[in-house]
Structure formats: structure tokens, C-alpha cells
Design a protein around this ligand. Sequence first.
Ligand SMILES: Cc1cc2nc3c(=O)[nH]c(=O)nc-3n(C[C@H](O)[C@H](O)[C@H](O)COP(=O)(O)OP(=O)(O)OC[C@H]3O[C@@H](n4cnc5c(N)ncnc54)[C@H](O)[C@@H]3O)c2cc1C
Length: 476
Amino acid sequence: MTASAGWLQELSAALPSDAVIDDPDVIAGYSRDMAMLAPNGRPAAVVFPASTAEVSAVLRIASTHRVPVVPRGAGSGLSGSANGVDGAITLSMVRMNSILELDPANRLAVVQPGVINKALRDAAEAQDLFYPPDPASFDWCTIGGNLSTDAGGLCCVKYGVTSDFVMGIEVVLADGEVLRTGHRTVKGVAGYDLARLFVGSEGALGVITEATLGLRPKPQAPVTLVATFNSTAAAGRAVEAVVTGGLVPSLLELMDRTCIRAVDDMAKMDLDRDAAALLVAQSDSGGERAAEEIAAVGAACERAGAAFVHHTADAQEGAMLLHARRIVLPALEKLGTPLVDDVAVPRSRIAEFLDRTVEIAQDRAVVIGVVGHAGDGNMHPTICFDPNDVAQHERAFAAFNDILEAGLALGGTVTGEHGVGNIKIDWLGREIGPVGLRVHAAIKAALDPLGIMNPGKIFTRQSMVGTPLELAAVGR
Ligand SMILES: Cc1cc2nc3c(=O)[nH]c(=O)nc-3n(C[C@H](O)[C@H](O)[C@H](O)COP(=O)(O)OP(=O)(O)OC[C@H]3O[C@@H](n4cnc5c(N)ncnc54)[C@H](O)[C@@H]3O)c2cc1C
């Protein structure tokens, strides 16, 4: 009998027989997310709750026995934040996948956390409504994962990120208590904004079991623009011109030459393989307004020195251009194991950041493909390398850190949307400083005094589990 058998037996007694899995082969499939090089441990069990009451039962048992719990959605994360912890429970939320309510009159949806982002978008669209947050992984990532990473995506430049749509949540706290917070009204300021405290908390403060999310009216069919440039700096200048010119496209995405060629190799799309950078923009304002917006974006590109500008109202052609952007990551995977970075810089400094990335690739002798949500200044320089080559491995991680350093130096942040996870745990303090870290630690200690929720992520160490969180160890 293993040391964990006691709590495992309690879990098996409290939940249906198929909800607790300790088969090592199954567990292996739940031990990591899509950040291929982030460290991961081996959970003792994977648990599949089907209701808030079951989540609550799991956390009561975990608290009693001081067993760490790692909440998990689809595992599409890119920071190691859903990665398994040795001896822990990985709590997969995929069975809680119902859209509980769609309320067109109040433009809101109430959903369970395992709902796939695309399923909510489709359900909203059927009612002439729109759920804008659209990570490029939208067809398989979950709303719970989106909430817990405050996911962004392609539409953020116009519509904002996940937290901009959160009205209320239900969350099971570390000790099993259920907190319902937020509102169904457009306005509501009673007390601290606890709902948003849990948004972006990467499963480290509790388990989200329900969310009330705002919806918007369905947008018009998009007009799409594509522009190519002979230098990344010129593309950066075009983005700056669009933003500082007061234009608000519904999407403004950038790919550099490495990404263009990787996509063209994979999908044979007849892209301009010699272009240094490609921008894709859309307007979903409809009719003349969309035509005017796209014409203004095109003019900004031409002033910045674009080599080629083309726009189309044809839905199929627009979807094809967007498809090129969406498949960048799988295309880059053909060049080597991707180490995806995620830095957001002020939009007025995008050109400088792109230049710095080119220098880093040269200095470290690594391949870096840059793709990003240019309209938000959120860039994903992706280092492609052979992890079995020790020298390349070292150079790739050095480049990863150089990119974070460059982002901070330009007044940016070390993560625009993927989260800190365990891959950037040493960088949070550098960005938010000792006072910021102490406030984080105080909140963590108040909500998860035993440190069982997703240890080893964001800023906590796995060694802290079971002991009251020492603020001194974290922030001083
Ligand atoms: C090809 C590709 C493209 C991507 N594009 C984007 C993009 O454009 N924008 C973007 O923001 N991200 C993007 N991502 C990253 C990823 O898809 C997002 O971070 C997404 O929000 C993760 O959702 P998930 O369901 O997979 O969560 P997971 O990866 O399973 O978990 C992510 C975090 O959420 C926590 N969590 C999950 N469910 C709950 C819950 N119910 N309660 C508490 N905590 C929970 C986990 O503990 C973990 O910390 C991309 C990933 C891939 C592979």
C-alpha cells in the first residue's frame, strides 16, 4: 500500500468509480501542457469531477491530507502552468462542459469551466451574439483555462481580453468552501472585485466551477487586408501608425519571414517567401465603415513602406489569410522544438522590439520566428531548436531570457497572455518587485494557507506545500 493510498481511497469513496484514475499510462497523458520544455512532475491521480459538489469534496480531502491539486482544462497552455506535480491530484475539468444559460436580453452566458471556447462562440452566434476572446487554440482550449490565464487572442485589439468579459464566477476554495462572486448586471461594484482576482490566477487560488460571461452583438462579415514589408522595422512602423492614428481594426497580426516560409512550406499557400514581414488586419464594422477602416490601415502600411497591400471582402479569401496566421505554431514545429515566448511591449515600441529580436537570433545563433498580436504589442518570438543538442539547448534558453529582458527594458511585460506558469517563475519578481511579490504572497496565504493549489507555479515553490506560506521567503 502506498503512502497516498489513504487519500486515494477517500477520493474513490466520495466520487463515482470512473472519476478517479491512478493508472500510470493515463496519468502520463495529463502530466504536461503544450510548453514542451517546461519541467513537469508525475501526479498520483487524475480526477474528473462532474459537479461543484464533487470539486468541493476533492478539495476537502486534499486539504485534510495536504495533497497538492493542479486544476487542468485542455492542457493547451504554453507556460507549464497545468503541468503535473509529483504525488499531486491533477483535477481535469473537462466533464463540467455545459453551457448552462444563454440570456440574449441581458447579453450574457453562464457556463461550466470545461466548455470549449469555440462551443461558446458557436452557441452565442446562433443567437446573433458574440463571445470575442479567441485564443488561436480556440477550437480546443477551455473557458476555465482561458479564465485562469486571462487568455487573449486575435480579437483583443478591438474587444479586449478574457477578463473584460467576466461578470461573475463560482470558485471552490482550497478548503472546499464554495464562493460565488460578481453579478449579472452591467454594473456592480459591491465590495472588492473578487471575480477578477481569480482571473489569471493560474489555478493557484481555487478551482473555477462556473462563470457568468458578457456577450456582444454579432459583428459584421469582415473585410481583410494583407500587407508585406521588406523589413520587420517597416512592419513595426505600420503597426505604430495604425494604433497612434486612432484606428481600431478587429484584428492586426504579424508574421516574420521565418513564419511566412514555415507556413508556406506546410500549407503551400503561395505566400511571398521573400517578404521580411506580413501583416493581416481585419475590420468587422461592416459596410462603408469597414471599407474606410481598411483603406486607412492600407494607407498607414503604404506610408510605412509596404511592398504590397491587398484587401478583400471575400469571406473565403479572408479566412484563408487568417488560416495562415493560425497555423504558425504547428508550421514552426517543423523547424525544431518550439520554445514560445510571450512578451507584450508598448505599441509605440514594437519596431524596436522586432529589431532587438533579430539581434538576439544573431548573437545566440538560433532560429527565431516572430508571430504576434501586433495590435496589442503582444509578440511571440518562437525559438526553434534541437533540444537534444546541449549547446543549442543552452543558446535557446539564453535567447528566451534575452527576449524577456528586452521586453522589460522597453517598458513591457514578461507575459502578455500565456501566464507565468513554471517557465517564467524567476521573472515575475523582476517585473513586479518585492512589494508586488509580498502582496501576491499575502493573497495566496489568505486563500490557500496550506499552499496546496498548483504549487511550483507563478511564484510559489513546491517545497512550500503543507507549511504556512512564509511571506518572508517570498517577498523580502
Ligand atoms: C497553438 C496554440 C495557440 C495558442 N494561442 C493562444 C492565444 O492566441 N492567446 C492565448 O492567450 N493563449 C494561447 N495559447 C495558450 C493556451 O491555449 C491558453 O493559455 C488557454 O487559455 C489554456 O486553456 P486550457 O483549457 O488548455 O488550460 P490548461 O492549459 O489546461 O490550463 C491553463 C491554466 O489554467 C488553470 N486552470 C484550468 N482550468 C481551471 C479551472 N477550472 N479553475 C482553475 N484553474 C484552472 C490550470 O491550472 C493552468 O494554470 C495557445 C496555445 C496553443 C497550443
